[in-house]
Design a protein around this ligand. Structure first.
Ligand code: CTP
Length: 446
């Protein structure tokens, strides 16, 4: 029996795919189709795939052309598969011409002409684009605009900022305005990175006008306001998503799963440090970051692994803050200690101070070590007393997680259902926890 194998993503299965499979099948008696796993696609930078692997496998099966469907999970797997299944012919579209000649050492390699005029990318692009407007003046606004270019199905069409000079100098967008109402009129969704004190008003206005919102955390400066906005989003049938880019990075989310599956035993301590030095050309730390003090700029990121691993119901909280002499509400460094039943957490944040930005999660059997800067990591280690058991994990990270964050937002809008990577209760608790020092209502030492 002559066995043929072919591979592909087969997203939104189309006529071109079917023709390819038909022709591949005719090259032998038995056709094996390798469908790429979601992870494998992500690791090779294919982030826009619409359907899950399960749906893509199902679609290929339903063509009735494949005698067997397998999953392609790693680089180099094709050689393994050819040997394992005793393959005679490897077939692939001509767009890969020359790329798989090396497989000629194991079987015959055939490049088949592509069907003109159709591709998954085109089908994805043809769907109506979500027009996004951005509001704010922090550097992350610029990053979001850049990263959105890698995401199919959206385009940034305008910006609103209090800082006219920043807007003029840094952005080349069709609409630039200092008037938020003008911005939301012309878009389907907004990315909010304004001063934390402005978030509530911006989000409320956007939602009331039926616009979806992706907001830099903290969503607001109180849990009740945050809850109110989530309720409003539900009422309006809009998406409201918390934007903490780390939550969307593969390494971070895999690390959480490893901890949750008990690899390091029971978690007894989470220790996170997040700091950065922030200055404009005049060396003035406060210029861009009015209101983005250490607690609001870094608190959400630092608290994320704590709340995702230990929950939001801590028993006690102590916050120690060092304030900048020039501004009442600008903490240059804060330390948050949280006490849980059977566990503790410490989060240290600094906007204007530099320290080693590590994350250490201690458990009764071992610990997790994520090196600095842990919030944009592609790597972590699981360590044990017996060093031979240590494990290292590496994952692809594109665009610091922002790219995946935008993909999740667009997918949520298209499916009309929030992909809650960050649980709403966590978003609310973050608002409550970082707000205390913001408003200087805490009795922390000066
Ligand atoms: N293919 C084809 N004709 C097309 C599109 C795809 O023959 N018009 C073939 C590819 O050459 C490949 C297989 O179908 O051998 C699976 O391709 P895949 O990358 O999944 O499909 P594309 O439509 O090319 O997807 P994308 O636009 O995301 O690259």
């Amino acid at each position: 029996m002559k066995k043929v194998i072919t591979y592909g993503t087969f997203d939104l299965l189309h006529y071109g795919h079917i023709r390819l499979l038909e022709r591949a099948k005719r090259l032998g008696d038995y056709l094996i189709v390798g469908v790429t796993s979601d992870d494998f696609d992500r690791s090779r930078g294919k982030i826009n795939v619409h359907q899950s692997m399960t749906d893509r496998v199902k679609a290929v099966r339903e063509t009735g052309l494949a005698d067997e469907v397998i999953v392609e999970e790693y680089e180099g797997q094709k050689i393994d598969d050819i040997r394992k299944y005793g393959i005679d012919v490897f077939a692939i579209g001509l767009d890969w011409e020359g790329k798989f000649d090396y497989l000629g050492a194991y079987c015959k390699v055939v490049y088949l002409p592509r069907t003109e005029g159709v591709s998954s990318s085109e089908i994805r692009r043809e769907k109506r684009k979500v027009r996004i407007g951005v509001v704010g003046e922090t550097p992350v606004v610029k990053k979001i605009v850049n990263e959105s270019r890698y995401v199919d199905g959206c385009e940034i069409t305008g910006i609103c900022s209090e800082d006219g000079e920043f807007m003029e100098k840094e952005f080349d967008l069709p609409l630039k305005t200092e008037n938020f109402s003008e911005l939301i009129e012309k878009v389907d969704a907004v990315y909010v990175a304004s001063r934390p004190g402005m978030h509530y008003a911006h989000i409320k206005q956007a939602l009331e006008n039926g616009k979806h919102v992706l907001c830099e955390s903290p969503i607001t400066l109180s849990a009740s306001e945050c809850r109110e906005l989530f309720d409003l989003a539900d009422k309006k049938g809009c998406i409201l998503m918390d934007a903490i880019k780390t939550a969307y990075s593969t390494a971070y989310s895999r690390m959480l799963l490893i901890v949750k599956s008990g690899s390091i035993g029971k978690v007894v301590s989470v220790n996170a440090v997040c700091t950065s030095l922030r200055k404009n050309e005049n060396g003035d730390k406060l210029f861009y970051f009015k209101n983005w003090n250490s607690m609001s700029a870094w608190g959400p990121t630092g608290l994320l692994p704590v709340f995702q691993l230990l929950g939001v119901d801590y028993k006690n909280k102590k916050v120690f803050s060092l304030f900048d002499d020039r501004a009442e509400d600008y903490d240059i460094y804060s330390k948050i200690d949280l006490e849980y039943d059977g566990a503790v957490a410490t989060v240290q944040v600094g906007n204007g101070v530099k320290a080693e930005g590590e994350l250490v999660i201690a458990g009764t059997d071992g610990y997790i070590y994520v090196p600095a800067p842990w919030w944009k990591t592609d790597y972590f280690e699981v360590r044990f007393e017996n060093g031979e058991k240590n494990r290292r994990y590496f994952y692809q990270l594109d665009g610091e997680g922002l790219r995946y964050e935008i993909v999740s937002f667009i997918k949520s809008i298209e499916s009309k259902e929030s992909i809650d990577v960050i649980d709403r209760r966590i978003s609310e608790k973050i608002c409550e926890t970082v707000a205390v020092t913001n408003r200087k209502s805490s009795k922390t030492p000066r």
